[in-house]
Design a protein around this ligand. Structure first.
Ligand SMILES: O=C(O)COP(=O)(O)O
Ligand SMILES: [Mg+2]
Length: 226
């Protein structure tokens, strides 16, 4: 049986309208009641994850901004890596190119971000990738936002560091994720699962694709593997 659980949030704990699945919350509370640690790993900001951790009842161990920010427990030091200035310059290049054509890209929660840049999916990801092909940034389309991050910063890299600080190996974890930004951590888990709604990349990286979608699929995995 896995000794710990690490999970993505959007598309993995939510439903098809991005509302939290109460079914998966019930299953996560059972883990917490049995002292099984949970890491929340998301493209969202630290403050989003803080509120989320409190309300789920985890100990505040989080990965935010797709690995650009991570922290062990609420009292741990917030670790920031990456190069947000570079990501912002890349974003500006996309805006300069697409705004005259009428594509309005909205920045997401930028004043709360320390590492990456996230914006609305109003332009095709392939177009953004083409514009940035000579820039040293990675374009990540999570299905919820487009993120720009420097290479090497991933949920998986932060997961390895946090697992070590927790005295565990990544292979001690059940990993759940639904999108391309989860592939790095899905590959590291002892068991990795993707709910049925997951992207082709996440399904490929996971050991098991669940029958159910979204949070209900992840709840199914928690019942099955713990
Ligand atoms: O921030 C996003 O784009 C998606 O968030 P997630 O990593 O929790 O799915
Ligand atoms: Mg997701």
């Amino acid at each position: 049986m896995p000794r710990a659980f690490i999970t993505d949030i959007d598309g993995t704990l939510t439903d098809d309208r991005r509302r939290l699945s109460t079914e998966v919350v019930d299953e996560m509370r059972k883990l917490l009641d049995n002292d099984i640690p949970i890491i929340l790993a998301s493209g969202n900001t630290l403050c989003f994850l803080d509120a989320f951790s409190h309300m789920i009842g985890t100990d505040g161990t989080i990965i935010a901004e797709n690995g650009g920010v991570y922290r062990l427990g609420y009292l741990g030091k917030k670790q920031i890596s990456g190069n947000q200035e570079l990501c912002l310059a890349a974003y500006q290049k996309v805006v300069d190119e697409l705004q005259p054509k009428g594509d309005d890209l909205r920045l997401f929660s930028n004043r709360y971000r320390d590492s990456d840049i996230a914006f609305s999916r109003d332009a095709p990801t392939e177009t953004v990738k083409e514009i940035l092909k000579d820039m040293p940034v990675v374009v990540i389309d999570t299905g919820f936002a487009i993120h720009l991050q420097v290479p090497g910063i991933t949920k998986g890299a932060a997961f390895e560091k946090l697992a070590e600080q927790m005295g565990l190996a990544p292979s001690d974890f059940l990993v759940a994720g639904d999108s391309v930004n989860d592939v790095s951590m899905l590959k590291l888990g002892g068991i990795s699962v993707a709910p049925a709604n997951a992207s082709p990349e996440a399904k490929m990286a996971a050991d098991h694709v669940m029958e159910k979608s979204y949070g209900e699929g992840t709840a199914e995995a928690l019942r099955k593997y713990f």
